[in-house]
Design a protein around this ligand. Sequence first.
Ligand code: 5AD
Ligand code: SF4
Length: 471
Amino acid sequence: MEQDVTLDSENRQAAAAPRPADGRAPRKVFVKTYGCQMNVYDSQRMADALAPQGYESAATPEEADLVLLNTCHIREKAAEKVYSELGRIRQIKEARARAGRDTVIGIAGCVAQAEGSEILRRAPAVDLVVGPQTYHRLPAILSRVAAGEKVVETEHAVEDKFEHLPAGPRRAVAARGVTAFLTVQEGCDKFCTFCVVPYTRGAEVSRPVAQIVAEAERLAAAGVREVTLLGQNVNAWHGAGPDGRAWGLGELLFRLAAVPGLDRLRYTTSHPRDMDDALIAAHRDLDCLMPYLHLPVQAGSDRILKAMNRRHTAADYLRLIERIRAARPDIALSGDFIVGFPGETEADFEATMQLVRTIGYAQAFSFKYSPRPGTPGAELDGHVAEPVKAERLQRLQALLGEQQRAFAEATVGKRIDVLLEKPGRHEGQRVGRSPWLQPVIVDEKAGEIGDIVKVRITEAGANSLFSQPCA
Ligand code: 5AD
Ligand code: SF4
Protein backbone atom coordinates (compact mmCIF):
# COMPACT_ATOMS: atom_id res chain seq x y z
CA MET A 1 0.00 0.00 0.00
CA GLU A 2 1.43 3.30 -0.91
CA GLN A 3 -0.33 5.67 1.41
CA ASP A 4 0.54 5.51 5.02
CA VAL A 5 -1.59 7.66 7.22
CA THR A 6 -2.07 5.94 10.52
CA LEU A 7 1.42 5.01 11.62
CA ASP A 8 1.36 3.61 15.12
CA SER A 9 -2.25 4.49 15.62
CA GLU A 10 -4.16 2.34 18.01
CA ASN A 11 -7.43 1.30 16.56
CA ARG A 12 -9.86 0.00 19.08
CA GLN A 13 -12.13 -2.44 17.45
CA ALA A 14 -15.83 -2.48 18.05
CA ALA A 15 -16.67 -6.10 17.45
CA ALA A 16 -20.14 -7.03 18.56
CA ALA A 17 -19.66 -10.14 20.64
CA PRO A 18 -22.39 -12.58 21.40
CA ARG A 19 -21.93 -14.33 24.74
CA PRO A 20 -20.11 -17.62 24.11
CA ALA A 21 -22.45 -20.62 23.94
CA ASP A 22 -20.85 -22.14 27.03
CA GLY A 23 -22.00 -19.17 29.12
CA ARG A 24 -18.49 -17.98 30.01
CA ALA A 25 -17.83 -14.27 30.26
CA PRO A 26 -16.89 -12.83 26.87
CA ARG A 27 -13.18 -12.76 26.14
CA LYS A 28 -11.49 -9.57 25.13
CA VAL A 29 -9.23 -8.75 22.21
CA PHE A 30 -6.99 -5.73 21.81
CA VAL A 31 -5.80 -5.01 18.29
CA LYS A 32 -3.04 -2.49 17.72
CA THR A 33 -2.70 -1.42 14.11
CA TYR A 34 0.42 -0.08 12.44
CA GLY A 35 0.80 1.19 8.89
CA CYS A 36 -1.66 1.66 6.09
CA GLN A 37 -5.46 1.66 5.76
CA MET A 38 -5.29 -1.91 4.49
CA ASN A 39 -4.13 -2.89 7.96
CA VAL A 40 -6.92 -0.84 9.55
CA TYR A 41 -9.40 -2.75 7.39
CA ASP A 42 -7.75 -6.09 8.15
CA SER A 43 -7.85 -5.37 11.89
CA GLN A 44 -11.58 -4.79 11.64
CA ARG A 45 -12.03 -8.02 9.75
CA MET A 46 -9.99 -9.91 12.34
CA ALA A 47 -12.25 -8.49 15.04
CA ASP A 48 -15.23 -9.59 12.93
CA ALA A 49 -13.78 -13.10 12.56
CA LEU A 50 -13.33 -13.28 16.34
CA ALA A 51 -16.73 -11.90 17.33
CA PRO A 52 -18.54 -15.23 16.82
CA GLN A 53 -15.91 -16.81 19.11
CA GLY A 54 -17.13 -14.54 21.90
CA TYR A 55 -14.41 -11.88 21.65
CA GLU A 56 -15.30 -8.29 22.31
CA SER A 57 -12.99 -5.32 22.09
CA ALA A 58 -10.69 -4.31 24.94
CA ALA A 59 -9.76 -0.68 25.53
CA THR A 60 -6.27 -1.55 26.78
CA PRO A 61 -3.90 -4.52 26.40
CA GLU A 62 -4.01 -4.97 30.19
CA GLU A 63 -7.61 -6.17 30.04
CA ALA A 64 -7.20 -8.29 26.90
CA ASP A 65 -7.14 -12.09 26.75
CA LEU A 66 -5.82 -11.80 23.21
CA VAL A 67 -3.43 -9.07 22.04
CA LEU A 68 -2.89 -8.79 18.29
CA LEU A 69 -0.27 -6.49 16.79
CA ASN A 70 -1.12 -5.87 13.15
CA THR A 71 2.26 -4.81 11.89
CA CYS A 72 3.82 -2.84 9.02
CA HIS A 73 7.11 -3.52 7.27
CA ILE A 74 7.19 -0.75 4.69
CA ARG A 75 10.04 1.27 6.13
CA GLU A 76 12.95 0.85 8.44
CA LYS A 77 12.74 -0.09 12.08
CA ALA A 78 9.21 -1.40 11.70
CA ALA A 79 10.25 -4.84 12.95
CA GLU A 80 12.33 -3.31 15.73
CA LYS A 81 9.31 -1.28 16.86
CA VAL A 82 7.29 -4.47 17.05
CA TYR A 83 9.93 -6.20 19.16
CA SER A 84 10.09 -3.29 21.59
CA GLU A 85 6.28 -3.18 21.84
CA LEU A 86 6.40 -6.92 22.45
CA GLY A 87 8.64 -6.32 25.47
CA ARG A 88 5.87 -4.19 26.98
CA ILE A 89 3.14 -6.69 26.11
CA ARG A 90 5.19 -9.55 27.59
CA GLN A 91 5.30 -7.71 30.91
CA ILE A 92 1.53 -7.31 30.79
CA LYS A 93 1.22 -11.02 30.03
CA GLU A 94 3.39 -11.86 33.04
CA ALA A 95 1.43 -9.54 35.33
CA ARG A 96 -1.85 -11.08 34.18
CA ALA A 97 -0.42 -14.58 34.68
CA ARG A 98 0.37 -13.69 38.30
CA ALA A 99 -3.31 -12.79 38.66
CA GLY A 100 -4.23 -16.19 37.19
CA ARG A 101 -5.25 -14.90 33.76
CA ASP A 102 -3.93 -16.17 30.43
CA THR A 103 -2.95 -13.87 27.60
CA VAL A 104 -2.46 -14.95 24.01
CA ILE A 105 -0.11 -12.75 21.99
CA GLY A 106 -0.37 -12.72 18.21
CA ILE A 107 1.61 -10.96 15.50
CA ALA A 108 -0.22 -10.27 12.26
CA GLY A 109 0.53 -8.15 9.19
CA CYS A 110 3.61 -7.65 7.08
CA VAL A 111 6.27 -8.12 9.77
CA ALA A 112 4.61 -11.47 10.56
CA GLN A 113 4.78 -12.34 6.88
CA ALA A 114 8.40 -11.25 6.48
CA GLU A 115 9.81 -12.64 9.73
CA GLY A 116 7.69 -15.76 10.26
CA SER A 117 9.05 -18.15 12.88
CA GLU A 118 11.98 -15.81 13.56
CA ILE A 119 9.49 -13.89 15.72
CA LEU A 120 8.91 -16.93 17.96
CA ARG A 121 12.66 -17.38 18.29
CA ARG A 122 13.27 -13.76 19.29
CA ALA A 123 10.11 -13.27 21.33
CA PRO A 124 9.09 -16.53 23.01
CA ALA A 125 6.09 -14.85 24.67
CA VAL A 126 4.41 -14.76 21.25
CA ASP A 127 1.87 -17.53 20.67
CA LEU A 128 0.91 -17.05 17.06
CA VAL A 129 2.22 -15.44 13.90
CA VAL A 130 -0.26 -14.93 11.10
CA GLY A 131 0.34 -13.39 7.67
CA PRO A 132 -2.17 -11.16 5.86
CA GLN A 133 -3.42 -13.95 3.61
CA THR A 134 -4.51 -16.22 6.44
CA TYR A 135 -6.65 -14.12 8.78
CA HIS A 136 -9.72 -16.17 8.01
CA ARG A 137 -7.99 -19.07 9.77
CA LEU A 138 -7.65 -17.13 13.04
CA PRO A 139 -10.41 -19.01 14.94
CA ALA A 140 -8.81 -22.36 14.03
CA ILE A 141 -5.36 -21.03 14.90
CA LEU A 142 -6.62 -19.89 18.32
CA SER A 143 -8.00 -23.37 19.01
CA ARG A 144 -4.55 -24.82 18.28
CA VAL A 145 -2.97 -22.22 20.58
CA ALA A 146 -5.48 -23.14 23.30
CA ALA A 147 -4.31 -26.75 22.93
CA GLY A 148 -0.76 -25.64 23.72
CA GLU A 149 0.69 -25.18 20.24
CA LYS A 150 2.69 -22.20 18.92
CA VAL A 151 1.40 -21.46 15.44
CA VAL A 152 3.02 -19.76 12.43
CA GLU A 153 0.79 -19.38 9.36
CA THR A 154 2.36 -17.26 6.66
CA GLU A 155 1.68 -19.07 3.41
CA HIS A 156 0.08 -17.18 0.62
CA ALA A 157 -3.04 -19.28 0.71
CA VAL A 158 -4.44 -20.50 -2.57
CA GLU A 159 -8.00 -20.18 -1.31
CA ASP A 160 -9.70 -16.81 -1.40
CA LYS A 161 -9.29 -15.14 1.95
CA PHE A 162 -12.10 -12.75 1.13
CA GLU A 163 -14.52 -15.66 0.70
CA HIS A 164 -13.82 -16.76 4.23
CA LEU A 165 -13.90 -13.50 6.11
CA PRO A 166 -17.28 -12.97 7.68
CA ALA A 167 -19.10 -9.87 6.53
CA GLY A 168 -19.32 -8.69 10.09
CA PRO A 169 -22.43 -8.16 12.14
CA ARG A 170 -24.37 -5.02 11.28
CA ARG A 171 -23.94 -3.63 14.74
CA ALA A 172 -20.17 -3.80 14.36
CA VAL A 173 -20.38 -2.03 11.02
CA ALA A 174 -22.64 0.67 12.37
CA ALA A 175 -20.32 1.24 15.31
CA ARG A 176 -17.64 2.21 12.84
CA GLY A 177 -19.50 5.29 11.78
CA VAL A 178 -20.47 6.84 8.52
CA THR A 179 -17.29 6.16 6.58
CA ALA A 180 -15.76 2.76 5.88
CA PHE A 181 -12.95 1.08 4.02
CA LEU A 182 -13.67 -1.71 1.59
CA THR A 183 -10.77 -3.80 0.28
CA VAL A 184 -11.26 -4.62 -3.39
CA GLN A 185 -7.76 -5.70 -4.31
CA GLU A 186 -4.73 -6.92 -2.51
CA GLY A 187 -1.10 -7.54 -3.39
CA CYS A 188 1.05 -6.00 -6.09
CA ASP A 189 2.85 -7.17 -9.23
CA LYS A 190 4.66 -3.92 -9.91
CA PHE A 191 7.89 -4.68 -8.04
CA CYS A 192 9.15 -1.16 -7.52
CA THR A 193 12.72 -1.86 -6.47
CA PHE A 194 12.41 -0.12 -3.08
CA CYS A 195 9.21 -1.85 -1.98
CA VAL A 196 8.51 -4.94 0.13
CA VAL A 197 4.79 -5.08 -0.65
CA PRO A 198 5.00 -7.59 -3.54
CA TYR A 199 6.85 -9.91 -1.12
CA THR A 200 4.73 -9.41 2.00
CA ARG A 201 1.30 -9.09 0.39
CA GLY A 202 1.98 -11.33 -2.58
CA ALA A 203 0.64 -11.21 -6.13
CA GLU A 204 -2.26 -9.03 -7.15
CA VAL A 205 -5.68 -10.50 -6.36
CA SER A 206 -8.94 -8.73 -7.20
CA ARG A 207 -12.22 -9.44 -5.41
CA PRO A 208 -15.15 -10.32 -7.65
CA VAL A 209 -17.72 -7.61 -8.45
CA ALA A 210 -20.63 -9.38 -6.74
CA GLN A 211 -18.74 -9.66 -3.44
CA ILE A 212 -17.74 -6.01 -3.52
CA VAL A 213 -21.24 -4.81 -4.38
CA ALA A 214 -22.73 -6.98 -1.64
CA GLU A 215 -20.33 -5.57 0.93
CA ALA A 216 -21.00 -2.00 -0.25
CA GLU A 217 -24.76 -2.60 0.03
CA ARG A 218 -24.35 -4.01 3.53
CA LEU A 219 -22.28 -0.99 4.58
CA ALA A 220 -24.81 1.44 3.10
CA ALA A 221 -27.67 -0.39 4.84
CA ALA A 222 -25.78 -0.01 8.12
CA GLY A 223 -25.59 3.74 7.71
CA VAL A 224 -22.25 4.18 5.93
CA ARG A 225 -22.35 7.14 3.54
CA GLU A 226 -18.79 7.16 2.26
CA VAL A 227 -16.75 4.16 1.16
CA THR A 228 -13.05 4.19 0.35
CA LEU A 229 -12.02 1.32 -1.88
CA LEU A 230 -8.69 -0.06 -0.80
CA GLY A 231 -5.91 -1.91 -2.55
CA GLN A 232 -2.14 -1.86 -2.55
CA ASN A 233 -2.55 -1.05 -6.20
CA VAL A 234 -6.25 -0.38 -6.27
CA ASN A 235 -6.51 0.86 -9.83
CA ALA A 236 -5.11 -2.44 -11.07
CA TRP A 237 -8.39 -3.96 -9.84
CA HIS A 238 -10.06 -5.99 -12.58
CA GLY A 239 -12.91 -8.43 -12.78
CA ALA A 240 -15.66 -9.81 -14.93
CA GLY A 241 -18.67 -7.51 -14.88
CA PRO A 242 -22.23 -8.84 -14.75
CA ASP A 243 -22.36 -8.00 -18.46
CA GLY A 244 -19.56 -10.54 -19.04
CA ARG A 245 -17.12 -7.82 -20.12
CA ALA A 246 -13.78 -7.25 -18.40
CA TRP A 247 -14.22 -4.44 -15.88
CA GLY A 248 -11.60 -2.13 -14.45
CA LEU A 249 -11.88 0.17 -11.44
CA GLY A 250 -13.69 2.82 -13.51
CA GLU A 251 -16.55 0.45 -14.37
CA LEU A 252 -16.66 -0.76 -10.76
CA LEU A 253 -17.01 2.82 -9.52
CA PHE A 254 -19.91 3.42 -11.92
CA ARG A 255 -21.61 0.33 -10.48
CA LEU A 256 -21.00 1.35 -6.85
CA ALA A 257 -22.32 4.83 -7.57
CA ALA A 258 -25.70 3.13 -8.08
CA VAL A 259 -25.76 1.63 -4.56
CA PRO A 260 -28.55 3.46 -2.71
CA GLY A 261 -27.29 5.46 0.27
CA LEU A 262 -23.65 5.64 -0.78
CA ASP A 263 -23.08 9.33 -1.37
CA ARG A 264 -19.33 9.45 -1.54
CA LEU A 265 -16.73 7.16 -3.09
CA ARG A 266 -12.96 7.30 -2.82
CA TYR A 267 -10.16 4.89 -3.66
CA THR A 268 -6.52 4.47 -2.70
CA THR A 269 -3.70 3.77 -3.57
CA SER A 270 -3.08 4.02 -7.27
CA HIS A 271 -0.21 3.54 -9.68
CA PRO A 272 0.11 5.98 -12.60
CA ARG A 273 0.38 3.11 -15.10
CA ASP A 274 -3.11 1.88 -14.20
CA MET A 275 -5.04 5.16 -14.60
CA ASP A 276 -7.05 4.09 -17.65
CA ASP A 277 -9.62 6.02 -19.70
CA ALA A 278 -12.63 4.52 -17.89
CA LEU A 279 -11.22 5.60 -14.53
CA ILE A 280 -10.58 9.12 -15.77
CA ALA A 281 -14.13 9.13 -17.20
CA ALA A 282 -15.43 8.13 -13.76
CA HIS A 283 -13.77 11.26 -12.35
CA ARG A 284 -15.45 13.30 -15.09
CA ASP A 285 -18.93 11.79 -14.81
CA LEU A 286 -19.51 10.71 -11.22
CA ASP A 287 -20.37 13.46 -8.77
CA CYS A 288 -20.13 10.97 -5.91
CA LEU A 289 -16.51 10.16 -6.77
CA MET A 290 -14.72 12.66 -4.58
CA PRO A 291 -12.29 15.01 -6.33
CA TYR A 292 -9.22 13.74 -4.52
CA LEU A 293 -6.60 11.42 -5.93
CA HIS A 294 -3.62 9.87 -4.22
CA LEU A 295 -1.30 9.14 -7.13
CA PRO A 296 2.27 8.59 -5.97
CA VAL A 297 5.11 9.45 -8.32
CA GLN A 298 7.99 8.83 -5.86
CA ALA A 299 10.58 10.88 -7.79
CA GLY A 300 10.91 13.41 -10.59
CA SER A 301 14.09 12.20 -12.28
CA ASP A 302 13.70 9.71 -15.11
CA ARG A 303 16.98 8.05 -14.20
CA ILE A 304 15.76 7.42 -10.65
CA LEU A 305 12.27 6.42 -11.80
CA LYS A 306 13.92 3.82 -14.04
CA ALA A 307 16.12 2.54 -11.20
CA MET A 308 12.96 2.33 -9.07
CA ASN A 309 11.30 0.28 -11.84
CA ARG A 310 8.32 2.62 -11.83
CA ARG A 311 7.85 2.08 -15.56
CA HIS A 312 6.86 5.67 -16.29
CA THR A 313 8.74 8.91 -16.83
CA ALA A 314 8.16 12.28 -15.21
CA ALA A 315 6.66 13.51 -18.50
CA ASP A 316 4.24 10.53 -18.58
CA TYR A 317 3.07 11.48 -15.09
CA LEU A 318 2.67 15.16 -15.96
CA ARG A 319 0.65 14.31 -19.09
CA LEU A 320 -1.55 11.98 -17.07
CA ILE A 321 -2.22 14.67 -14.47
CA GLU A 322 -3.16 17.08 -17.26
CA ARG A 323 -5.74 14.60 -18.58
CA ILE A 324 -7.15 13.98 -15.09
CA ARG A 325 -7.38 17.71 -14.42
CA ALA A 326 -9.08 18.26 -17.74
CA ALA A 327 -11.68 15.65 -16.74
CA ARG A 328 -12.15 16.96 -13.19
CA PRO A 329 -10.76 20.48 -12.82
CA ASP A 330 -11.31 20.69 -9.05
CA ILE A 331 -9.40 17.49 -8.29
CA ALA A 332 -6.89 17.67 -5.43
CA LEU A 333 -3.73 15.65 -5.84
CA SER A 334 -1.80 13.78 -3.25
CA GLY A 335 1.43 11.83 -3.63
CA ASP A 336 4.22 9.84 -2.06
CA PHE A 337 7.88 10.73 -2.49
CA ILE A 338 11.13 9.01 -1.65
CA VAL A 339 14.33 11.01 -1.32
CA GLY A 340 17.82 9.54 -1.33
CA PHE A 341 17.16 6.46 -3.44
CA PRO A 342 20.57 4.88 -4.32
CA GLY A 343 22.33 6.94 -6.95
CA GLU A 344 20.19 10.07 -6.42
CA THR A 345 22.28 13.16 -7.20
CA GLU A 346 21.47 16.75 -6.31
CA ALA A 347 20.27 17.21 -9.92
CA ASP A 348 17.95 14.19 -9.60
CA PHE A 349 16.56 15.59 -6.38
CA GLU A 350 16.07 18.98 -8.01
CA ALA A 351 14.00 17.22 -10.71
CA THR A 352 11.68 15.96 -7.93
CA MET A 353 11.39 19.50 -6.54
CA GLN A 354 10.64 20.80 -10.03
CA LEU A 355 7.92 18.19 -10.59
CA VAL A 356 6.32 19.12 -7.26
CA ARG A 357 6.38 22.82 -8.23
CA THR A 358 4.78 22.01 -11.57
CA ILE A 359 1.99 19.83 -10.16
CA GLY A 360 1.07 21.55 -6.89
CA TYR A 361 -0.04 18.97 -4.32
CA ALA A 362 -2.87 19.36 -1.83
CA GLN A 363 -1.39 16.66 0.39
CA ALA A 364 1.73 14.48 0.33
CA PHE A 365 3.74 11.88 2.18
CA SER A 366 7.50 11.92 1.84
CA PHE A 367 10.14 9.58 3.15
CA LYS A 368 13.88 8.98 3.27
CA TYR A 369 14.75 5.87 1.31
CA SER A 370 15.15 2.94 3.64
CA PRO A 371 16.76 -0.22 2.23
CA ARG A 372 14.42 -3.17 2.72
CA PRO A 373 16.13 -6.54 2.98
CA GLY A 374 15.36 -8.74 -0.01
CA THR A 375 14.40 -5.89 -2.36
CA PRO A 376 16.58 -5.09 -5.42
CA GLY A 377 17.05 -1.47 -4.28
CA ALA A 378 18.93 -2.61 -1.20
CA GLU A 379 21.55 -4.28 -3.45
CA LEU A 380 22.24 -1.17 -5.55
CA ASP A 381 25.44 0.87 -5.35
CA GLY A 382 25.48 4.52 -4.50
CA HIS A 383 23.56 4.59 -1.23
CA VAL A 384 23.04 8.20 -0.20
CA ALA A 385 24.47 9.37 3.13
CA GLU A 386 21.93 9.80 5.93
CA PRO A 387 22.55 13.56 6.49
CA VAL A 388 22.07 14.18 2.74
CA LYS A 389 18.76 12.28 2.79
CA ALA A 390 17.66 14.22 5.87
CA GLU A 391 18.51 17.55 4.30
CA ARG A 392 16.70 16.73 1.04
CA LEU A 393 13.66 15.50 2.93
CA GLN A 394 13.55 18.74 4.85
CA ARG A 395 13.65 20.81 1.66
CA LEU A 396 10.97 18.68 0.00
CA GLN A 397 8.72 18.77 3.03
CA ALA A 398 9.04 22.55 3.29
CA LEU A 399 7.83 22.86 -0.30
CA LEU A 400 5.03 20.31 0.11
CA GLY A 401 3.97 21.98 3.39
CA GLU A 402 3.73 25.33 1.61
CA GLN A 403 1.57 23.81 -1.12
CA GLN A 404 -0.67 22.11 1.43
CA ARG A 405 -1.20 25.39 3.28
CA ALA A 406 -1.90 27.22 0.03
CA PHE A 407 -4.46 24.58 -0.90
CA ALA A 408 -6.20 24.91 2.47
CA GLU A 409 -6.16 28.73 2.26
CA ALA A 410 -7.74 28.56 -1.18
CA THR A 411 -10.87 26.96 0.31
CA VAL A 412 -11.50 29.94 2.61
CA GLY A 413 -14.66 31.76 1.53
CA LYS A 414 -15.93 28.79 -0.50
CA ARG A 415 -19.25 27.05 0.10
CA ILE A 416 -18.58 23.34 0.28
CA ASP A 417 -20.29 20.07 1.19
CA VAL A 418 -19.12 18.41 4.38
CA LEU A 419 -19.97 14.89 5.52
CA LEU A 420 -20.40 15.07 9.30
CA GLU A 421 -18.47 12.15 10.81
CA LYS A 422 -18.20 12.57 14.56
CA PRO A 423 -18.57 14.92 17.51
CA GLY A 424 -15.91 17.60 17.76
CA ARG A 425 -13.48 17.98 20.61
CA HIS A 426 -15.37 21.00 21.88
CA GLU A 427 -18.97 21.29 22.95
CA GLY A 428 -21.34 22.26 20.16
CA GLN A 429 -19.04 21.12 17.36
CA ARG A 430 -18.96 18.30 14.88
CA VAL A 431 -16.09 17.20 12.66
CA GLY A 432 -16.62 16.33 9.04
CA ARG A 433 -14.66 16.01 5.83
CA SER A 434 -14.54 18.21 2.80
CA PRO A 435 -14.65 16.58 -0.65
CA TRP A 436 -10.84 17.01 -0.60
CA LEU A 437 -10.45 14.96 2.58
CA GLN A 438 -9.76 17.96 4.84
CA PRO A 439 -11.20 17.79 8.36
CA VAL A 440 -13.77 20.59 8.81
CA ILE A 441 -15.09 21.86 12.15
CA VAL A 442 -18.82 22.48 11.86
CA ASP A 443 -21.42 23.92 14.24
CA GLU A 444 -23.55 21.03 15.50
CA LYS A 445 -26.67 22.95 14.57
CA ALA A 446 -25.73 22.44 10.91
CA GLY A 447 -26.82 18.81 10.99
CA GLU A 448 -26.58 15.30 12.42
CA ILE A 449 -23.71 12.86 12.06
CA GLY A 450 -24.10 11.21 8.67
CA ASP A 451 -25.57 14.34 7.06
CA ILE A 452 -23.86 16.09 4.20
CA VAL A 453 -24.21 19.80 4.92
CA LYS A 454 -23.32 22.99 3.08
CA VAL A 455 -20.95 25.26 4.97
CA ARG A 456 -18.86 28.29 4.22
CA ILE A 457 -15.17 27.97 5.10
CA THR A 458 -14.12 30.85 7.33
CA GLU A 459 -10.56 29.97 8.24
CA ALA A 460 -7.83 27.44 7.50
CA GLY A 461 -6.12 26.12 10.62
CA ALA A 462 -2.97 23.99 10.73
CA ASN A 463 -4.84 20.69 10.43
CA SER A 464 -8.45 21.55 9.84
CA LEU A 465 -10.80 24.08 8.32
CA PHE A 466 -13.30 26.16 10.29
CA SER A 467 -16.74 26.91 8.94
CA GLN A 468 -20.12 28.60 9.29
CA PRO A 469 -23.34 26.86 8.32
CA CYS A 470 -24.86 28.21 5.12
CA ALA A 471 -28.38 29.54 5.38
N1 5AD B 1 11.86 3.47 1.74
C1 5AD B 1 11.21 4.65 1.84
N2 5AD B 1 9.93 4.81 1.51
C2 5AD B 1 9.28 3.72 1.05
N3 5AD B 1 8.02 3.57 0.66
C3 5AD B 1 7.84 2.28 0.30
N4 5AD B 1 8.97 1.58 0.46
C4 5AD B 1 9.88 2.46 0.92
C5 5AD B 1 11.24 2.37 1.27
N5 5AD B 1 11.90 1.21 1.15
C6 5AD B 1 7.09 4.68 0.58
C7 5AD B 1 6.64 4.91 -0.85
C8 5AD B 1 5.27 4.35 -0.83
C9 5AD B 1 4.83 4.65 0.61
C10 5AD B 1 3.72 3.86 1.15
O1 5AD B 1 5.96 4.35 1.37
O2 5AD B 1 6.61 6.30 -1.09
O3 5AD B 1 4.44 4.92 -1.80
FE1 SF4 C 1 5.09 -1.09 -3.72
FE2 SF4 C 1 5.34 -0.15 -6.22
FE3 SF4 C 1 3.48 -2.04 -5.64
FE4 SF4 C 1 3.17 0.49 -4.73
S1 SF4 C 1 3.21 -0.15 -6.89
S2 SF4 C 1 2.87 -1.42 -3.56
S3 SF4 C 1 5.30 1.08 -4.32
S4 SF4 C 1 5.69 -2.29 -5.55
